[in-house]
Design a protein around this ligand. Structure first.
Ligand code: MN
Length: 486
């Protein structure tokens, strides 16, 4: 019955009915159980699956289908009855080897600890049920169900897990990898975090350095050594180092991906602001301690992916974030938020400022040779803040390539398209409307000698871009025309 989430609602007074009807409206499959035959008759008339019987008896729960239930909601106001029902559920958990999420109604907060002690996963005070059983609560129940499934899967796995991040991982991916490793370790399974591409940008490096993370590069990894493979913040082979002939065991991602493209024994594709949010909840629901450093990393993961809560944020993100902020190492968080800038990035920035030419709102600058390609986008990010600048194009030579980084605040141009139009004939280019990049092999630049190379690049990259966006007219001498492919 995989994939079919069945809710068992025990007790259907006013509260039970209210919860059942809200679940039904959300499309959940549910079964209602109560001793009162008249009430059950009425539920049946309303189109519910309903069952008459005393749910404190294991046999009644079996007949009602508890073996299929992923969530059991005990909605009765009587604590002694709740206690007996929990006893019956506990017996069946062992007997049927099931582990549903059990939520019990309590009169007040003081009973919460007691029902949890008796085996409930969570408690809902009566006062809150009617007010609070809204979308976020429903999402939370779904999250708890998923966590139980993942835990059950981990219980079946032996050996070591390869946690594979997306190519050129970002803070959300790295933090999620760290959190999943922690989660797996809590259940006795060790894991390695594997990436490919590079750990660019200071914020990523700060995460790795300050948390003292031991990430493995895919080139140094033998995938045969692992018994299971988890993808976090990525869902398919397309954007990570997992070899094509290996299917992932676990996929946890927040990007919308058609489920037909995801092939894994366990998959959680939930559209929220960050994978960090999802992993935070896995740790919470499993009651795995989140240390200050991991919490800080997850905070950074959420902040960067949601652009400080301005993009794709859901109530689930806010709620997980609130939880993390209570645990995060504040000093570490400060360091992660404004990581130290390495000297060569400052050096490139200095050259970018010095060499910049402003034309209309367009700032163009050639920084010459760089050791680290990532210093280019950092320079363009910075220069976009300059007063009067709408669009920035920074370029320089790295590894026999002319690398181009562009940023804009101008809604009238689409940078990805502009860069493709300007450079796809002599190199590769792409990106979004507001940020884009290009790479052009140095040998595609037409220059008579090394001495004039810089000026040739300025002409064929900087000036070419200005022509494409319509700031300057194409040169009559035709020198900016891309060289035809040989
Ligand atoms: Mn992400």
């Amino acid at each position: 019955m995989r994939g079919e989430r069945v809710y068992l609602v025990l007790g259907c007074g006013d509260v039970g009915f209210s919860v059942a009807s809200r679940l039904k409206r959300r499309g959940a499959e549910l079964v209602v159980v109560d001793k009162d035959a008249k009430k059950i008759e009425w539920f049946k008339k309303m189109g519910y699956s309903a069952f008459v019987g005393d749910f404190c008896l294991p046999d009644v729960l079996k007949d009602a289908g508890i073996s299929r239930a992923e969530v059991v909601l005990l909605m009765i106001p009587d604590f002694r009855l709740t206690e007996r029902a929990l006893g019956a559920i506990n017996r069946l958990k062992a007997e049927l080897k099931i582990d549903p999420v059990v939520v019990a109604r309590v009169l007040d907060e003081s009973e919460t600890a007691e029902v949890k002690h008796l085996g409930a996963s969570d408690a809902l005070p009566s006062s809150q049920i009617l007010a609070n059983f809204t979308l976020s609560r429903f999402e939370e129940l779904k999250g708890m169900v998923k966590e139980k499934r993942l835990r059950a899967l981990l219980g079946e796995l032996g050996g070591r897990i390869a946690i594979v991040l997306q190519t050129n991982p970002d803070p959300d991916g790295i933090a999620s990898g760290v959190a999943l490793k922690r989660y797996a370790q809590a259940f006795g399974i060790d894991a390695d975090i594997i990436y490919d591409g590079s750990i660019g940008h200071q914020q990523n490096r700060a995460l790795v350095n300050l948390l003292d993370l031991d990430l493995l590069h895919a080139e140094d990894v033998k995938f045969d050594n692992y018994t299971a493979f988890a993808l976090v913040d990525v869902a398919t082979h397309a954007n990570c180092a997992l070899p094509k002939d290996i299917l992932p065991t676990i996929v946890i991602d927040h990007h919308p991906v058609p489920s037909s493209e995801v092939h894994a024994r366990y998959q959680d594709i939930t559209i929220v602001g960050s994978t960090s949010t999802l992993l935070t909840n896995y740790l919470r629901y499993a009651a795995v301690e989140i240390d200050g450093a991991t919490a800080a990393a997850l905070v950074i993961g959420t902040l960067t992916d949601t652009m400080n809560f301005t993009r794709g944020t859901t109530p689930t993100d806010f709620e997980a974030f609130e939880h993390l902020m209570k645990l995060a190492d504040v000093e570490l968080l400060g360091k992660l938020q404004s990581p130290a800038v390495p000297p060569d990035a400052l050096d490139v920035l200095a050259r970018a400022i010095k060499g910049s030419k402003l034309n209309g709102g367009y700032l163009i600058t050639n920084v010459g040779e760089v050791d680290d390609r990532d210093t280019l986008p950092q320079a363009s990010d910075f220069l976009l803040k300059r007063e009067g600048v709408q669009t920035v194009l920074v370029y320089g030579i790295w590894n026999n390539l002319v690398c181009v980084s562009a940023r804009t605040n101008d809604i009238a141009i689409h940078l990805g398209q502009a860069l493709r139009q300007a450079f796809s004939e002599i190199g590769s280019a792409g990106g979004h409307a507001r940020m884009a990049g290009a790479m052009i092999p140095l040998k595609a630049i037409k220059a008579k000698s090394k001495r004039v190379l810089k000026r040739a690049i300025d002409r064929q990259v900087g000036r070419k871009f200005l022509e494409v966006v319509g700031v300057t007219k194409p040169s009559k001498r035709g020198r900016t025309r891309p060289r035809s492919k040989r």
